[in-house]
Every structure is written in C-alpha cells, then in structure tokens.
Design a protein around this ligand. Structure first.
Ligand SMILES: NC(=O)c1ccc[n+]([C@@H]2O[C@H](COP(=O)([O-])OP(=O)(O)OC[C@H]3O[C@@H](n4cnc5c(N)ncnc54)[C@H](OP(=O)(O)O)[C@@H]3O)[C@@H](O)[C@H]2O)c1
Length: 288
C-alpha cells in the first residue's frame, strides 16, 4: 500500500482526491484544522504521525484579488507552507507533489507555456506560488513534482462555474471577458492524473489541464447552454463578451493561460479529456 497524505481536504481538488482513491493507495486527507501548513509544528506532527510515501499539497491561499492586499498570508501558505511540507517530506523520505498554477507566467508567450519556460508572475498570488515551487524543488530535488494547472472547477467548489450559475439565475444578461484564454479543468481529470503521476513516480515540473482552449466567454456560453438545456435556469440569460479592460480586477491576470501538457501526456500516455466533455460530466453531477 502506498500511503498518501493530502493537504487542503476541504478545497475543490482536496475533496476530489479524497473521494476517488485508486486501488493500492491508502489516503489520508486532512483539512486546515487538522493540518495547518503555515505551522511548522502542525506539519511536522502530521507527517511524523502518518509517515506517508507521498504528500500531495493542494492547500493554498487561492483568493487571487485579496492576495494583493494580503501578501504575507499568501506567501505564508503558498511559499512557507510548501517549504515546511518539503522539509518534512525530506525527513520522512517521502515524495511531494506541489500543485501550482499558470499564474507563475505572464501569459505573453503567444503559445502554450512549457514547463521550462521562464516564469514571470504578474500578481502576488502567482509570485507566492512560484516561491513555493522554488522551495520544494530546492529541498527535494527529483523527489518533488511541481504540477501546474489552470482554471480548476468542480461541481461543488467556489469557482467560475458556480459563480456563473448563480449570476445566470439572478440576471437576464451577463458580460464575460473574451480576451483571456486558457483551458477549463475539471478536478476529476486532474485527480486522475495526480494518482497516475504517483504510480509512475513522475518528478520535475509538468503541466496539466483538460484538452482544448477557451476564453472565459466561451466557458460561460458552454455553461449557459448546459444549464438551460438541463433545466437549471427558469429563463435564458444573455451572455455578452467584453474586454478585460472593461472588467478591472485588483490583481492583473495573464491574457493567455494555455499550458503545454506534452511532457506529462507522453509519460502517462493520457491525452486528457476535451474540456466540453469534462464539463458535461460535471453537469451530470450537479444537484445529485
Ligand atoms: N482554482 C484554480 O483555478 C486553480 C488554478 C491553478 C492552480 N490551482 C492550485 O490548485 C490547488 C488546489 O486549488 P483549489 O481550487 O482546490 O483551491 P481551494 O478550493 O481554494 O482550496 C484550497 C484549500 O486550501 C486550504 N488552505 C488554505 N490555507 C491553508 C493552510 N494554511 N493550511 C491548510 N489548508 C489551507 C483551504 O482551507 P479552508 O477551506 O479552511 O479555507 C482550502 O480548503 C492550489 O494549490 C491552487 O493554488 C488552482
């Protein structure tokens, strides 16, 4: 049995991992109350008690806009927390998967970012996540996997899908940014790949999202079509595309969040699922 410790049990990805343990793995998923990654003592005790073979760190400060004014908290979780986990993994002889983000890039390459492209975060959240990546790789070397993903959603999390469903139910029309592109990524596919990466002992830096490309506007239109056809809305909602300049946010966003997945696809022999198909599957779970 491979023992796997998962942090951030109540987050979108933490919940999905905890719900889908593959055969041959013994999972322990801990929420913040049981394992606060910003506390060295808490990390040392949890890792010491569970003696995991692998740690999957899904815990993070993920409030991207709030992070601009909460720099210390963002770095405490995303850099220092990752450092404590890597140090504890090193002492326990465990491997670590650090979940990271497309926000370590500025999104100006004009093509999907490759794992070895130079990073250049443009907001505090991205800088703090990059800090975590650097620490983990420095401490654990090839016993670490930094897995960058983007635009993560699930049926139950706080995410774009659920924000859209709420707004579509409340309003007759909605404006959504059209000039930021990426790939919506269901936690289901991401969890499958994380477990496969454990089984194949993948290390280094790799990227994973579902397959294909969309703008936030495209994603909203796809959500609306499914919500309307599925009877989740009492009347249709008109979706209008706008430019990012018409929707200012405290934290700047990269215009292009596409990630090049080829390295992990070839190691795992998994091309990933088209994002609209993954969205269909999530809709099948909504309300169940
Ligand atoms: N969501 C995205 O679009 C996206 C995109 C790219 C990368 N990622 C990365 O993917 C990973 C999973 O994201 P997600 O969407 O599942 O995030 P999420 O739903 O926001 O969940 C994050 C979890 O981390 C927990 N947490 C925060 N600080 C903690 C601490 N000090 N100790 C222990 N737990 C703590 C939170 O606990 P509470 O429930 O108590 O607040 C929450 O349950 C993160 O590393 C994130 O940076 C996410």
């Amino acid at each position: 049995m491979t023992r796997v410790l998962i942090t951030g049990r109540n987050g979108q990805l933490g919940q999905e991992l905890a719900a889908t343990p593959p055969a041959g793995m013994e999972l322990r998923a801990l929420d913040r109350a049981s394992l606060d990654i910003t506390s060295e003592t808490s990390v040392t005790e949890a890792v010491g008690a569970l003696r995991p073979d692998w740690i999957v760190n899904t815990a993070a400060y993920t409030a991207v806009d709030q992070a601009e004014q909460a720099r210390e908290q963002a770095f405490a979780a995303n850099q220092t927390g990752a450092t404590y986990l890597a140090q504890a993994a090193e002492r326990a002889g465990a491997r670590l998967i650090q979940i990271s983000t497309d926000y370590v890039f500025d999104g100006t390459l004009g093509r999907p970012a490759r794992p070895d492209d130079p990073t250049r975060p443009i907001n505090v959240y991205g800088a703090s996540k990059r800090g975590g990546e650097e620490s983990v790789l420095e401490i654990l070397g090839d016993r670490a996997l930094v897995l960058r993903t983007a635009w993560v959603y699930s049926a139950t999390g706080q995410n774009f899908l659920n924000s859209m469903l709420r707004l579509m139910a409340e309003r007759e029309s909605l404006t959504v940014v059209e000039d930021q592109i990426g790939t919506p990524t269901s936690t289901k596919g991401l969890a499958r790949v994380i477990f496969a990466a454990i089984q194949s002992e993948v290390h280094g830096i790799h990227h994973w999202t579902d397959a294909g490309v969309a703008s936030w506007f495209d994603f909203a239109v796809a959500i609306h079509a499914r919500a309307w056809l599925g009877g989740l809305l009492s009347r249709p909602c008109r979706i209008r595309p706008i430019a990012s300049s018409e929707y200012p946010t405290r934290a700047p966003r990269p215009p292009d969040s596409r990630l090049d997945k080829s390295s992990l696809r070839s190691i795992l022999g998994d091309p990933g699922e088209a994002w609209p198909d993954a969205l269909d599957q999530v809709f099948a779970r909504i309300g169940k």
